[in-house]
Design a protein around this ligand. Sequence first.
Ligand code: FCA
Length: 328
Amino acid sequence: MKRFRGLWHGLAALMLFSSVAGAADIVIGFLVKQPEEQWFQLEWKFADMAGKDFGFEVIKIGVPDGEKTLAAIDNIAANGAQGFVICTPDVKLGPAIVAGARANNLKVLAVDDRFVGADGKDMESVHYLGISAYKIGQEVGKTLMEQMAKRNWDIKDVGLCLVTFDELPTIQDRTDGARDMCIEMGFPESQVYRAPVMQRMEIPTALDATNTLLTRYPNVKHWLIAGGNDSCVLGAVRAMEGRGIAVADAIGVGINGTDCVPELEKANPTSFYGSILLSAREHGYLTSEMMYKWIKDGVEPPLDTRTVGKLITRDTFRRILKDEGITE
Ligand code: FCA
């Protein structure tokens, strides 16, 4: 009897093992340009969740430049992947990424940042999931104008600081949307000032860009701040603090909603008013699920999927982030 039980346990273990091995029959890559950013950490977290739910393996690789991107594509193919989701470090790498995918017989889905072809146009034939960037920018602009209306600022003393990164179309659309909405709601166009960040959107690069701007416009008393993402706006907020601009004299609204959590958790409010929270779940989970079903069942994802965002502030972020599965 004892021997039978042992045999049975052995068989059960074997079955379990084969089902795990079977689960890894499908392997996908998930490559991101800035793995240190909370946004991308969350995309990975949700990709893993999809892998667990559907039974596929996710190989996660940070790809900060072109060389690492092309090496990662070869690497995941060598490790059995049949496709990958990617937020590229440079949209102009699009044609090279597509060539690398073809050479390795991999399917590719671009997330967040859409590939741009040699002709400078969006590569519309490459499947893409991104945000409704212009609309989300408009929400930033609307929030800034509504908050400004609550303060008794003389409009002639106000500047709109736009922390831009025009190299990336999804970012340009966001800052254009914010600017256009402010102007539409009555903000003087001549008081819109641009602070372009260099190379990468990070807090230090945004801080430097804003410092340059503040040096040029020392007479502005109050600031509205919009930018490509949370890091851009956080950098601007830090620059203003560094110049001694009072917390109440600036209003910043970010985009992502994931990289500003420590800021919103601070005991005392800063000028960072809130952020438009994007759906890391859809960008991580849904893209991975699409890739899995494409590989497994031949179900081709839609060519262009756009996601929306919602405002979070110090008052609401805890509840909303919990509902979205971002925090416990
Ligand atoms: C771009 C930005 C990220 C995030 C994403 C949706 O890739 O760099 O911070 O906003 O779009």
